[in-house]
Write a protein that binds this ligand. Structure first.
Ligand code: SAJ
Length: 420
């Protein structure tokens, strides 16, 4: 399918997904306008700079801006295709679709015959149908698609992102995609858009299945991590080394257990399964319980730290080293990080001296800064040397350099299986 009909794209939302997508499409020579409500973000991008951390993105964005293919603005403009990549936060037991609705409202007046509208934001099943209804109500002069009727003026599809932070530029191009058109014709039109920059397979389905597919991928991972986390809780009770257990079980050709940890963080896996629970509360029992198991882990880790401090505390205030703050290994992202939440709680107790180590960040986050009993040290050997209690919260690569002999006589709490 040729993409010659799509010469301009308007991307709404210039965050972790929208900005890389806009930059990559622009790098293929297509005219891209990126829209963000934040003026400072728009100004930065127009200077060829970026406001998020992602390897190689700044160079691609800067080049696209210099070549005149990428421009940012606060208000959308006419284009051949519109891509919506705005946040869909989860509050009070349901998805907040206000940003998707605002995006729909802002593009409806600009739509012309032959346009394509794609929603990429993680959304509960039925959101794309509602977006169509909303735009149709604002534009009675245009015919919008409905399942089973191929005749329409504007095509609409749901195509979820599935890139891994830290590998976004590679995965945007290489990963396969799910293309969920409202009709087969809508899917064909969306394929034209994704062929501009995707080398991966484009798997076509309908919008509702595509919406559920995104949620399913992240719920699958959450449930599997919950299995590992539950095993760690069971093994604790039974006096069994869970890391050895999982390693042994994984020698079975059809067993592949993930790794337990201090909880599940990041802005996707800890959130998206709730969209399924909200859509089918009585049916999604395993998915809900998995969320609860994963969310219970930080409290269990805190219990162990509290016990260790109480034991050591008889001789004064012990020094506790908290190793890692990020939500997972080798990233600098603190969003929904269980390690950060644990550090904040321990800092609030005020019953110990705290040394924080985070090799990917150069200063204490605001929630920990300015407390006299909390400091950050860069040199890992010094952190180990000074601490009586060491808590491994994130298995960052530099921690593998810690020599086992240096740990003698210290209390070790290992949430990631690095020392176990
Ligand atoms: N974790 C464990 N044990 C494991 C694996 C992960 O405790 O064995 C924890 C991590 O430490 C972290 C959390 O789970 O706190 C999530 O990390 P992750 O690496 O599993 O996933 P994310 O959040 O970085 O990215 C996920 C990816 N989804 C899947 O792998 C199904 C990515 O492809 C999605 O694009 C992204 O969510 C998203 O934006 O939805």
């Amino acid at each position: 399918m040729s993409s010659a009909n799509i010469k301009s794209v308007c991307v709404l939302g210039l965050g972790y997904i929208g900005l890389p997508t806009a930059s990559v499409i622009a790098s293929r020579g297509v005219q891209v306008i990126g829209i963000d409500v934040k003026e400072e973000v728009v100004a930065k991008i127009n200077k060829g700079e970026i406001h998020i951390v992602e390897p190689d993105l700044e160079a691609v964005t800067a080049h696209a801006v210099q070549q005149g293919h990428l421009r940012a603005a606060t208000k959308p403009e006419v284009a051949d295709a519109f891509m919506i990549a705005v946040p869909t936060p989860f509050h009070d037991g349901k998805a907040d679709l206000a940003y998707v609705e605002a995006a729909g409202r802002s593009i409806a007046p600009l739509l012309r015959k032959g346009n394509l509208v794609v929603l990429e934001s993680t959304s509960p099943p039925g959101t794309t149908d509602r977006l169509v209804e909303q735009m149709a109500a604002m534009r009675p002069d245009l015919k919008f698609p409905s399942a089973g009727d191929e005749d329409c003026d504007v095509h609409v599809a749901y195509c979820p992102e599935r890139v891994l932070p830290g590998r976004v530029l590679t995965e945007l191009v290489e990963n396969s995609r799910v293309i969920g058109g409202i009709t087969a014709g809508c899917s064909a039109k969306a394929e034209e858009l994704y062929r501009i920059f995707c080398k991966g397979e484009l798997n076509v389905t309908n919008a509702r299945t595509a919406e559920m597919c995104k949620l399913t991928e992240n719920a699958f991972r959450d449930v599997n991590i919950a299995f590992a986390n539950e095993l760690s809780i069971v093994c604790e009770k039974l006096g069994i080394n869970v890391w050895e257990l999982i390693k042994l079980a994984n020698y079975h050709p059809r067993v592949n257990i993930l790794q337990p940890g201090p909880g599940v963080g990041g802005h996707c896996i800890a959130v998206d399964p709730w969209f399924i629970v909200a859509a089918a509360p009585d049916e999604a029992r395993l998915i809900r319980t998995s969320r609860e198991v994963n969310d219970s882990k930080p409290q269990l880790v805190l219990g162990k730290i509290r016990t260790a401090i109480d034991k050591r505390g008889a001789a004064g205030r012990p020094t506790v080293a908290l190793l890692g703050l990020a939500f997972k290994a080798d990233v600098d992202d603190l969003r929904e990080s269980p390690a950060l939440a644990i550090a904040e709680t321990v800092a609030g107790w005020g019953n110990c001296e705290i040394i924080v180590s985070e090799p990917n960040i150069d200063k204490l986050p605001e929630s920990l800064a300015g407390k006299p009993h909390v400091r950050m040290l860069e040199d890992i050997q010094e952190v180990v040397g000074r601490a009586e209690i060491l808590v491994m919260l994130v298995n960052h690569r530099p921690y593998t350099e810690i020599q086992r002999g240096k740990l003698d006589g210290k209390t070790l709490i290992d949430t990631r299986g690095v020392w176990s």
